[in-house]
Design a protein around this ligand. Structure first.
Ligand SMILES: Cc1cc2nc3c(=O)[nH]c(=O)nc-3n(C[C@H](O)[C@H](O)[C@H](O)COP(=O)(O)OP(=O)(O)OC[C@H]3O[C@@H](n4cnc5c(N)ncnc54)[C@H](O)[C@@H]3O)c2cc1C
Length: 338
């Protein structure tokens, strides 16, 4: 008999994980399908030859009481820590410290620790890109490159809207009137040699670069012990959306690194710091990164109860990690009842 309790979730970012864990806690049978090799989506951690580095999410904030409770649980287990520093702004060639009251959280030994924590009781199938969905009399069939998976009572997409549309729009019109919300961002992780004083940790900018993080001063930073790059620091740089989209995914790595190195040393000079040299770098083009504008203040899931299909993701709110977590919980309430 169809119990209505067999759920397929597509995508293993924070929204898919938070939904999956809550469905499991409520007695549902859940399978999560993920196209890549690891957990976390845009909050995954790269194991570079020199260190574990978050190339997407740099830190997260917590404002909703439910998410704050989760952060408190992680804190008790020492899986998160506050990243305390005074942010700086580098604009029009001038460097200025710009104190604020924002609490910034990071996963200790990077963001991967949080995805692994949430995923501990969840059935996840990695390296399965779901190509399309087929409605059948007994429920949904999900088709990947490796074959079909069947039958599920509900399908929940936790993909960025742009990736969810090709899966969902043949079956439901619920997403049809939403404009694609995301802009692209080039990210570059850099290992550098040269001493930089600790007041430079997080820098906002308005020109080619939008943000610079000093990963090596985040709590729990982990270098690779046998790494052959003798660096003093690891940084993550995010480029402006307009610059990233103009250059596109095909931008040669050497050009990206040269632009980064020039910007970096100009910024250091404006703060009165000697130049550093770049020993190694790793670039990633995030096609779906910054949101144009929030879709909702508090993330709400899109649910088509007739077709038994739903869509969640950080994009259902304002695109932050916290929104992803909350959108995962909200779809469980919508399907199971609050
Ligand atoms: C460069 C950058 C910087 C950011 N900085 C911050 C920050 O500092 N603070 C903050 O709060 N937020 C930040 N964010 C936003 C944050 O990353 C997102 O809000 C959140 O991680 C998104 O989670 P999600 O579950 O909605 O989606 P995702 O993490 O994108 O998860 C979707 C998953 O679906 C998988 N997938 C896609 N298509 C398929 C398919 N067909 N079949 C199977 N699997 C599929 C993807 O591989 C991915 O793992 C940043 C994002 C980027 C890109």
């Amino acid at each position: 008999m169809n119990s209505g309790k067999k759920i397929a979730i597509v995508g293993v970012g924070i929204s898919g994980l938070s939904a999956a864990r809550e469905f499991v806690n409520r007695g549902y049978e859940v399978t999560v399908f993920e196209k890549s090799q690891g957990l976390g989506g845009r909050a995954s951690t790269r194991r570079l030859p020199w260190a574990y580095v978050d190339v997407g999410v740099q830190y997260f904030t917590a404002s909703d009481p439910v998410f704050k409770r989760e952060v408190a649980r992680w804190l008790k287990r020492r899986q998160v820590a506050k990243w305390q520093f005074t942010p700086a702004v580098y604009a029009d060639g001038a460097f200025k410290l710009s104190p604020d009251n924002q609490e910034r959280w990071v996963g200790t030994s990077a963001m991967r620790v949080l995805s692994h924590d949430i995923a501990s009781n969840v059935d996840i199938i990695l390296q399965q890109r779901i190509k399309h969905l087929e409605p059948c009399p007994r429920g949904w069939r999900l088709v990947s490159e490796n074959g079909p998976f069947e039958y599920f009572d509900w399908v929940v997409s936790s993909l960025p809207l742009e990736q969810a549309l090709p899966l969902i729009s043949n079956h439901s019109a619920m997403l049809n009137n939403i404009s694609p919300p995301h802009r692209s961002v080039w990210a570059l992780a850099l290992a550098t040699k040269g001493l930089v004083p600790p007041f430079i940790q997080g820098v906002f900018s308005h020109d080619t670069v939008r943000w610079l993080s000093r990963a090596s001063l985040k709590p729990g930073f982990k270098r690779i012990d046998q790494g052959d790059v003798d660096f003093d620091d690891v940084w993550v740089m995010h480029f402006q959306e307009s610059w990233s989209e103009l250059k596109g995914r095909a931008l040669p790595h050497a050009e990206l690194q040269a632009v980064a190195s020039r910007w970096f040393n100009k910024m250091l000079a404006s703060a009165g710091v000697c130049p550093v040299s770049v020993l190694a770098s790793h670039g990633h083009f995030w096609k779906y990164a910054q949101m144009n504008a929030p879709i909702a203040e508090k993330p709400q899931p899109f649910v088509d109860g007739t077709r038994r299909i739903a869509a969640i993701g950080a994009w259902c709110g304002s695109g932050r990690y916290e929104d992803g977590f909350l959108s995962g919980l909200s779809v469980v309430s919508a399907i199971d009842g609050a």
